[in-house]
Design a protein around this ligand. Structure first.
Ligand SMILES: C[S@@+](CC[C@H](N)C(=O)[O-])C[C@H]1O[C@@H](n2cnc3c(N)ncnc32)[C@H](O)[C@@H]1O
Length: 302
């Protein structure tokens, strides 16, 4: 039986609650790293998976999963995260090459982009997540040979609260262009927090800034409760994503950004599967059907 103290500790860090979803994505990146046709190489991911109680027994190599290609969780869903990581790696690198001076990762989780990617000089990367998640990350990275390739600034914060002061207090500079990213985050937040995030991003963005984020379009997320992805995630590793998602009606953030003068492009993950030649394709009763990756630009010089 799990006592209250352990439950609170779990909710605080990565061993339970929404923090555990960061481990799920890390395990996916570990697996992706060792695929023959991998889209991403993340040597840090498996250390996170091994270090947490909740995930110590999860696979980190494809050969540890029987019939990995047909496994809904460690095959298709993990591949989805591998593709998402790669697409957003490429997007962030493009943004900084085209002028963004700083990068802000909302719900950074166990993202290791600060250590993996080839950043131009003099960039700053802020990682915002809950304190317990960033503490776990710090502990694991401190025990591994990990050197950031950019100025990395962790900002422990609950994104349902006002995070602007914490970000600016950590050295964020609103006068230079920023590449913002909310990857695998917004569906956990209440709609008011998403509205506040878009509003703050717009106010804190110099011209030439970019924002990429992931949303789910389904009106009722429970429609996919018995999909292979959600069922496997619940049954194989005990993470009930639908319980963790915020089920309230979502704001129209694309419309909001467009109304504020941002240009927006909305893509499905399947668009990128076709472009990169690897990744998930649509299937019946598909929990990925409503997923959209949104890319927004605040035009420079207008
Ligand atoms: C699915 S993980 C994605 C992590 C990372 N972006 C990635 O793709 O590897 C979701 C992350 O959002 C964070 N998160 C969820 N709700 C949050 C909140 N209210 N405040 C701060 N972080 C939050 C979780 O702690 C977790 O690290």
């Amino acid at each position: 039986m799990v006592d209250t103290e352990s439950r609170n500790a779990a909710a605080y860090g990565v061993d339970g609650g929404v923090g555990a979803t960061a481990l799920l994505v890390a395990a996916a990146r570990a697996l992706e790293t060792h695929r023959e046709d991998s889209l991403v190489r993340d040597v840090h991911a498996e250390h996170f998976v091994r270090a947490a109680v909740a995930s110590a027994g999860w696979p980190v190599r494809p050969h540890q999963v029987p019939d990995v290609d047909t496994d809904p969780l460690w095959g298709r869903f993990a591949r989805y995260f591998g593709l998402r990581t790669r697409v957003l790696d490429d997007h962030l690198l493009r943004s900084v090459r085209e002028g963004a001076r700083q990068v802000v990762l909302f719900g950074a989780g166990l993202d290791s982009r600060a250590f993996r990617l080839d950043w131009p000089e003099d960039r700053v990367l802020f990682e915002l997540d809950r304190e317990g998640v960033l503490e776990f990350k710090h502990r694991v990275l401190a025990g591994a040979p990990a050197t950031p390739r950019v100025t990395r600034v962790p900002v422990p914060i609950d994104l349902r609260a006002d995070w602007e002061g914490a970000l600016t207090g950590a050295g964020f500079d609103p006068s230079v262009p920023t590449a913002w990213l909310a990857e695998g985050l917004l569906f956990y937040l209440p709609p008011a927090a998403e509205r506040q995030l878009v509003d703050a991003v717009d106010r804190l963005s110099a011209r030439g800034s970019t924002l990429a984020y992931e949303v789910k379009l389904e009106k009722d997320l429970r429609a996919y409760r018995d999909s292979a992805l959600y069922t496997a995630t619940r049954e194989q590793i005990g993470i009930d994503l639908l319980d963790l998602f915020n089920g309230e009606p979502r704001p129209d953030s694309v419309g909001d950004l467009a109304g504020r003068g941002w240009s927006t492009v909305v893509r499905t993950p399947f668009d990128f599967t076709r472009r990169y030649g690897r990744g998930p394709l649509p299937e019946p009763n598909d929990a990925l059907e409503g997923n959209r990756w949104v890319f927004a630009d605040k035009p420079a010089g207008s």
